[in-house]
Ligand binder design. Sequence first.
Ligand SMILES: [Zn+2]
Length: 496
Amino acid sequence: MRSYIKVLTMCFLGLILFVPSALADNSVKRVGGDNRYDTAIQLSKQIYSTASTAVVVGGSAYPDAISAVPLAYQKNAPLLYTNTKKLSGETKNRLKELHTKNVIIVGGTPAVSENVANQIKNLGISVKRIGGSSRYETAAKVAKEMKSTSKAIILNGFVYADAPAIVTYAARNGYPILFTRESSLKSATAEAIKSNGIKSTIVVGGTASINNTVYNKLPSPTRISGSNRYELAANIVQKLNLPTSNVHVGNGWLYHDSIAGAYLAARNNQSLILTNGKNLSVGARKIIGSKNISKFTVVGKEGAIKDKVANQLKNPVVGETIFIDPGHGDQDSGAIGNGLLEKEVNLDIAKRVNTKLDASGALPVMSRSNDTFYSLQERVNKAASAQADLFISIHANANDSSSPNGSETYYDATYQATNSKRLAEQIQPKLATNLGTRDRGVKTAAFYVIKYSKMPSVLVETAFITNASDASKLKQAVYKDKAAQAIHDGTVSYYR
Ligand SMILES: [Zn+2]
């Protein structure tokens, strides 16, 4: 009984210790290996302990890998990479470990040599090669190998960046991927469309990838494009309404990883988005914000996608559009005192908040980023058209007397009263602590920008410009940075 109570107590303590942080941050899991071969293997381990059939492609043969994914999915086979001339050691071991009986090589001998095929055969595995004399022919042959369907995905055979996100969808739906050139439909592709009875196509990429002449030659085409690889991937998820409960995140420049990751995403019935390896892409941020995605599988180790990006994904502010409004500007200087102009102090702090929120993965938008005047209504309109999730107006306080001092944060109860109050309560104590100012607390007032903004909104009065002690802090970069940090931290904890 005693030990039972002890266990219970420990469980309870465990809950107290672990639940808050577990609930607070987004969930991020990393799956990757030491190189492209190992990464494909580590991804395969998420799904397979054994596999009677495996698909093997050349580690640099991106078009072959792209067209192989829907076939691998249909065959319930892991997708593995090899060196061209020699079977990669890790892949060899993995084939043994999987007790694989049949290997399908996708690609011609320039991508996977006969020597590799023979090395696989020497493991007692039967080998079938699906390969043509070009990427177009290989893709056409893969399509022929798949179950019949009336829809196909069309990609530019050289623009690998267009592929990863759609590959997942193609695999899930059994659609083959066929390649074309930017301005001419290849005969192998045209024949494949005919012989497979393809009645409709999804064209992926803008007109720079596949122009309208090619587009108009395709059966019932619909196009999905984006202003860059990241936005294209996000648009694919958005337009095709792909599942987002555990989004896989690949490096948009490491095709071997992101294509293998796209296959894992398909097997998990999830979608894949793309990022820059060093900083979370804006395209990724937008879809994360609009779909409220909070669970991620990062494809690749630190060498492929930096911890900074993983931490951005973890941060609950990721993808949130935060409108930052430095009060006043130009002819409207705001409060004046102790050699300070309020408009300048506000802008300095706001820029720091902008930088910090951007580094945390949010999508900050500023009402002004220089000494410009906008009316209060213009500021409200800007936040509305940015579809901002939060509105934060930054000011400094003033009084006829030089004695009032301290920091305070306002909200208005017209719209989003509860959330506005909660945001104010997160920011205010951190502000007073960081600045070492008197904590004047959270207050309500019908200031125009927070009264008429429909999203949760607050107005921060950092400190009194008219008080000598407060003003001396507002003059110093180190304190302006501390104020910005408090606003940033309060915003992040609002989302926790
Ligand atoms: Zn002001």
